[in-house]
Write a protein that binds this ligand. Structure first.
Ligand SMILES: Nc1nc2c(ncn2[C@@H]2O[C@H](COP(=O)(O)OP(=O)(O)O)[C@@H](O)[C@H]2O)c(=O)[nH]1
Ligand SMILES: Nc1ncnc2c1ncn2[C@@H]1O[C@H](COP(=O)(O)OP(=O)(O)O)[C@@H](O)[C@H]1O
Length: 393
């Protein structure tokens, strides 16, 4: 039996007669999900971050769950409502547009997987992001095939479109490699600890070293409004395929094995022993890369310019950019005192100070989620909704 906290749950549940399973008072809010009540907010009166406690209603037991993901900063006005029984939408009053919507996942596939793995109650935070970002691009292929060269060309030609996911690795830096730019060079013991704490989206042992993509590495690129490029091995590609991160998967092949060896030797960055290891692994990678269902596209990097053109073509970069015609997402800061009501997948948010100020938060096209951000939230003013969008409820 867990120790009862200093507060009594009925005390903190002010009545919200809106039938949403939503009750709130001041710095805390409580939400029912199945046989559990989640108390979210300033749970210990000390932390600057939002805390979570879980009441198992059948036993009256309080549980302090393992909390995964970046925790949001506290807010004086929290509203919360349960969505699909597996995640709680938290609205932080008085917060900026990039910090006002958060999801606390309580029973999503990721949370269930982590619960089984850790053998304890688990919840996971995921920040909500208004608008869409384009799917990340996963690029794989054997060592020396030209992945880095192709990615560098893409980033040089389209610096504001693409951002590179900087992986962690335990391998030693090469002469021209910079920490934090090409890789985050790490100690094995540190990286292993971070892997077990859930910091990584995927990781693999490649050519005798550990390599991994942190959740943060992908999110900083998306937060900068750029499309993320991941240069990872085939095992990593398989892990990403199995994760909640939707991506486009491209495999780069050499024109021949002999040419691959020639390029690797000409690059001159590996010892003979390392090179032999990479060439041995290349045979297996080439087999796996061609396995059906893993990669969406296979490109042969024979002539560099031809391959680069094909890469741009499949990424739609050879077409006229239509983005000028696409309207930018509506970004609004959430008023401190606000009301929320839920109609289907739409949340109507009102300001208590200015009654004419109402917005609709549309959750129809949510994407992603923990580990990482929840994207695809749409915001529009309630005027545009009542002027013809109501039919879509
Ligand atoms: N799974 C995984 N593989 C990675 C990651 N970062 C790099 N790799 C892969 O590790 C392999 C070795 O990379 P690197 O040491 O830079 O050597 P290179 O391929 O010869 O340039 C390549 O196949 C990379 O695609 C990562 O974060 N995760
Ligand atoms: N199409 C190509 N033809 C000839 N050499 C190439 C081609 N693409 C890349 N290279 C060269 O091959 C070497 C390996 O390329 P790199 O981008 O480092 O491969 P990877 O990142 O896949 O290990 C580099 O020296 C690069 O300049």
């Amino acid at each position: 039996m867990g120790e009862a906290p200093a507060f009594i749950v009925d005390d903190l549940l002010g009545d919200y007669p809106n039938g949403l399973g939503l009750k709130s008072k001041g710095h805390q809010t409580a939400v029912d999900a199945g046989h559990k009540t989640y108390v979210i907010g300033d749970t210990d009166g000390e932390s600057a971050l939002i805390g979570v406690k879980v009441l198992e209603k059948s036993t009256g037991e309080w549980i302090i769950p393992a909390v995964l993901g970046t925790k949001p900063q506290s807010s004086k006005r929290l509203s919360a409502l349960i969505l699909n029984g597996d995640r709680i939408l938290i609205l932080k009053g008085g917060s900026a547009h990039d910090d006002c919507f958060w999801f606390l996942e309580v029973d999503t596939p990721f949370v269930r997987e982590q619960r089984n793995k850790l053998g304890t109650e688990v919840v996971a935070w995921s920040r909500g992001v208004v608008g869409d970002t384009k799917m990340p691009i996963v690029i794989s292929g054997p060592s020396g095939v030209g992945k880095g060269t192709l990615i560098a060309k893409l980033m040089k030609e389209f610096p504001s479109t693409f951002g590179f996911s900087v992986s962690h690795t335990t391998r030693a830096p090469r002469e021209k490699e910079q920490n934090g730019v090409h890789y985050h060079f790490s100690e094995r013991s540190v990286m292993e600890k971070e892997i077990s704490s859930g910091k990584f989206l995927e990781f693999a042992s490649v050519h005798g070293n550990l390599y991994g993509t942190s959740v943060e590495a992908v999110e900083v690129v998306a937060d900068a409004g750029k499309r993320c490029i991941l240069d990872i091995d085939v095992q990593g590609a398989r892990s990403v395929r199995a994760s909640s991160l939707e991506a486009i998967f491209i495999f780069i092949c050499p024109p021949s094995f002999e040419e691959l060896e020639k390029r690797l030797r000409a690059r001159g960055t590996e010892t003979e022993e390392q090179m032999q290891k990479r060439l041995r692994n290349a045979r297996a990678e080439l087999e796996q890369g061609k396995a059906p269902g893993l990669f969406d596209h296979i490109l042969v990097n024979d002539d560099l310019e031809t391959c680069y053109k094909s890469l741009k073509k499949l990424l739609g970069l050879d077409q006229v950019v239509h983005s000028i015609l696409e309207s930018a997402p509506l970004l609004v800061n959430l008023p401190q005192d606000h009301s929320v009501s839920k109609i289907g997948q739409k949340i109507v948010i009102g300001s208590k100070e200015a009654s004419e100020n109402r917005f609709v938060l549309d959750l129809t096209s949510l994407k992603g989620g923990a580990p990482g951000r929840t994207r695809g939230l749409q915001m529009y003013s309630s005027d545009s909704w009542s002027n013809g969008l109501n039919g879509h409820i």
